[in-house]
Design a protein around this ligand. Sequence first.
Ligand SMILES: *Cc1c(COP(=O)(O)O)cnc(C)c1O
Length: 385
Amino acid sequence: MTDKKFLPFSIPYIGDEEISEVIDTLRSGWLTTGPKVKQFENDFQRYLSTKITPVAVNSATAGLHLALEALNIGPGDEVIVPTYTFTATAGVVRYLGAEVVLVDIDPKTLNIDPTVIEGAITPRTRALIPVHFAGLACDMEAIMELAGQHGLKVIEDAAHALPSTRNKKLIGTLKTDATVFSFYANKTMTTGEGGMIIPNNAKIAQRCRLMRLHGINRDVFSRYVSDKPEWYYDVVELGYKYNMTDIAAAIGIHQLRRIKAFHERREVIANRYLKAFSDLPLILPALPTNGDKHAWHLYVIQLKDKVKMSRDTFIEKMKQEGIGCSVHFIPLHLHPYWRNRYGLNKEDYPFAQAAFQRAVSLPLYYRMSDCDVDRVIDTVYKVMA
Ligand SMILES: *Cc1c(COP(=O)(O)O)cnc(C)c1O
């Protein structure tokens, strides 16, 4: 253990503006979904330049659930999900009684492999949930072509992908059925907990708005507002409790304004890692082609086979030197719930399995100083020496 301060794997940046806006919200008397959520949604719409106003929710998990629900995914349906992701991507499919079909990844990008999707499609397949792993956009042209051929819905898990681009278009503006961003504390911007659904059309948007708050139909309410008392409302569906609070939105409004600065800093750090580690026996993250943006939510290195040290030992040594690391992801096929439900074997996912065994996520966030970055680089060299 060194005498230096421990460098955590991730710490969010919260500025004075976020703090003032939260205090303003607390003093306003309106804490739950209200004017700040409205503003956050409008700001987000302006940022993406979308026709439809996005729908703020209390997590990306809630957002993915609502998006699938709005697309009528239910019992008897199958949804294709990469195994190399967080459990939420697949969990939401099960919430609706549909079944998850896990597929392997492309070993270069660690994203879902469009060439294995085709083999996983059955007459029951209804949707695909590509995950833009670490912030590198998936091959959306191939995915959309397959979806078109087989009549499948596409819901992007964009928890890592703000701001990523594919063919110079921001994720969230491609013609998929819905895109969902996460504002969890360690993501590229945060509201503490939160998420945003980017629906492709007004019908999906309206359904998500209805279902995020108990299935209470505000349109019906406002239409009859003249002849109904103020306390009246209609519950028209069995909805959920997924609305974002104004406290969370107060943070989000200012985080969104910083997204460019956040991204520029992440890019600088990623480029420094890229340069510093090019001589080491490491597989470095794939870069976007033709000048697209990588959001750099994560910087995942993989220890090459010739490194005679396990991934676990590497992380333990980094920790002893005062650097926090993590692993993204423990593939879903290794978790008891998913493994047992579908009788999965690790041999069926060779690329996700290999990536998992060698993957280490290094610290990468706005608050890291140049000294912190130097320290991570020096420590990686020391640990690998
Ligand atoms: C973080 C994450 C989620 C879930 O986001 P929440 O906002 O915490 O619900 C979903 N998918 C992926 C890939 C994630 O990393």
